[in-house]
Write a protein that binds this ligand. Structure first.
Ligand code: 13P
Length: 251
């Protein structure tokens, strides 16, 4: 059966010392507990190697927030999937709407990134989600489907089964406007149906689909209680252990 996951995405927050302090504090808070979900923190690149060395990998997984669409070479400023893997990180967030919007990431580029992540044994946390205009124009189901089809549907069923999806409606990110649990569940069920049509029911049922967008300790319980919501990708509320732990414990 699929895994429940609560993953933090720090975005461009925390210097190295702050990040390491958070990681140690979270690891300690989880010690002796048996959360009903895997816990992952998505840190900036520069934190990865140190953070993986201060947490117990069985308690806290570590994720990058991006990787390059090229293997290696003259790509100044880029960080490859192999480099991310060499830090001990096990995951990489790909296709976040902030990267699609501010850094021009297209489905074609994301397809390369996913391929390289998988070749380096990183689990992609692949983000999809519609804008406010797309939802108001009633194209949200279509938009999310295209994002999945364009970047992921060349994968074999075996490779696809390593993907974690994160539905993050752009209008809910950092706005305090959470999708209602009914809106989120409706989209998650739609996504699972798309996966079942392509890869079969078993792969679809085994795929973890996270919700992201103003998820916090007050709404996590209701969201995670929905049958097709398997956890959260958490931005703002992942920056303090006292905010993040109750989300983990919402399961
Ligand atoms: P917020 O939780 O701050 O809305 O961010 C969600 C997000 O973008 C996680 O990737």
């Amino acid at each position: 059966m699929r895994k429940n996951i609560v993953a933090g995405n720090w975005k461009m927050n925390k210097n190295l010392q702050e990040g390491v302090e958070f990681a140690k504090e979270l690891d300690k808070a989880l010690t002796g507990k048996s959360p009903k979900c895997d816990v992952v923190i998505g840190t900036p690149f520069i934190h990865l190697a140190t953070v993986t060395s201060v947490v117990d990998a069985k308690r806290v997984g570590v994720s990058a927030q991006n990787c390059a669409d090229k293997v290696s070479g003259a790509y100044t400023g880029e960080v490859s999937a192999a480099m991310v893997a060499s830090t001990g990180a096990g995951y990489v967030i790909l296709g976040h709407s902030e990267r699609r919007t501010y850094y021009g990431e297209t489905s074609a580029k994301l397809k390369e990134k996913v391929k390289l992540a998988l070749e380096n044994n990183l689990k992609p946390i692949f983000c999809i989600g519609e804008t406010k205009d797309e939802r108001e124009g009633n194209t949200h189901f279509e938009v999310v489907k295209s994002q999945i089809v364009e970047a992921l549907f060349d994968l074999s069923a075996d490779d696809f089964s390593k993907i974690i999806l994160a539905y993050e409606p752009v209008w809910a990110i950092g706005t305090g406007l959470t999708a209602t649990s009914a809106q989120a569940q409706e989209m998650h069920a739609h996504i699972r149906k798309i996966l079942a049509d392509k890869y079969g029911k078993e792969v679809a049922d085994n795929t973890t689909i996270l919700y992201g967008g103003s998820c916090n300790k007050n709404n996590a319980k209701e969201l995670f209680a929905c049958p097709d919501i398997d956890g959260g990708l958490i931005g703002g509320a992942s920056l303090k252990v006292e905010d993040f732990m109750p989300i983990i414990e919402a399961f």
